[in-house]
Design a protein around this ligand. Structure first.
Ligand code: SAH
Length: 257
């Protein structure tokens, strides 16, 4: 933002990545090294990344804190010239409750920056060894969730999103796998591939693959009930798609005549 360009930024929201401590960005790691105050959600963020800290920062677990408590800690520290890092899982722009914190900082006139991270959606695709946008199948990826305590607009019900045949990454919904399948079945055929990745990139990562017809039963047998990504769509199946035009010898474009 032009109006904050020359102001020293002391507060960073940092995407920690999906779990493997090596999947934080170099920039995120450097900010942790230098931090005086680190705030993270204990139940979600991988605590191992805290080992990157080198200045013996104050480390606070936000799990039991209110929004106001979290932001006033950040504001106070920033005003004292301290370097603050607020860790988010994956990428902060997805289901991170980022905006409500950022809005308060803006209201208080505290400059902040955001460092992106590897979303669990991408770590899950990597675990599956699949490309989410497969030529000839789909060129669209949808990030969504089913309704829990946070409402989801009616127009975005899975049954409606399903009609596009895109790849859908479903966050925060594994405990409601039966509802997920019921809604998806309104738009996808029952043989559509579905994969569930539990703790992508962690040591105990688990993958369950199936179709819309059998995934719910397989998930129950596996015992997975949290920290899992559901990915649906033909792109993650075994059907070969058309090869990408990028490497097609007959297709010339700006970079390769
Ligand atoms: N901002 C995060 C998402 C936070 S919401 C991101 O970009 O990944 C939390 C949800 O993300 C979980 O319910 C789960 O659906 C998913 N999730 C987080 N970490 C995960 C992981 N390592 N493997 C699979 N799913 C994960």
């Amino acid at each position: 933002m032009a109006d904050t360009e020359n102001i020293a930024v002391n507060v960073y929201f940092v995407g920690t990545g999906p779990g493997d401590p090596e999947l934080i960005t170099v920039k995120g790691m450097r900010l942790l090294k230098d931090a005086d105050l680190v705030i993270y959600a204990g139940s979600l963020v991988r605590e191992k990344v805290l080992e990157y800290c080198e200045k013996g920062p104050v480390i606070r677990n936000s799990a039991s804190m209110s929004l106001e408590e979290i932001t006033s800690l950040m504001v106070e520290a920033a005003r004292q010239g301290k370097k603050v890092v607020r860790l988010h899982t994956g990428d902060p722009s997805l289901y991170g409750a980022l905006r409500e914190q950022a809005d308060i900082l803006e209201r208080e006139g505290v400059a902040y920056g955001i460092v992106p991270g590897v979303s669990s959606a991408f770590a899950s695709a990597a675990a599956l060894k699949r490309e989410l946008t497969l030529p000839g199948v789909t060129q669209t990826v949808i990030f969504t969730r089913v309704e829990g305590r946070t409402p989801v607009p009616e127009k975005e019900r899975l049954s409606k999103l399903a009609s596009h045949g895109a790849t859908i990454c479903i966050f925060l919904s594994i405990a409601m796998i039966d509802d997920v399948v019921r809604e998806l079945a309104e738009g996808y055929s029952m043989d559509t591939p579905v994969a569930v990745v539990y703790r992508a990139s962690w040591e105990d990562e688990k993958i369950v693959k199936g179709s819309l017809a059998d995934i719910a039963a397989k998930v129950k047998t596996s015992g997975i009930s949290r920290q899992a990504m559901i990915i649906v769509g033909r792109a993650i199946g075994d059907l070969p798609g058309d090869n990408s035009k990028l490497y097609d010898a007959l297709f010339s474009h700006g970079f390769r005549e």
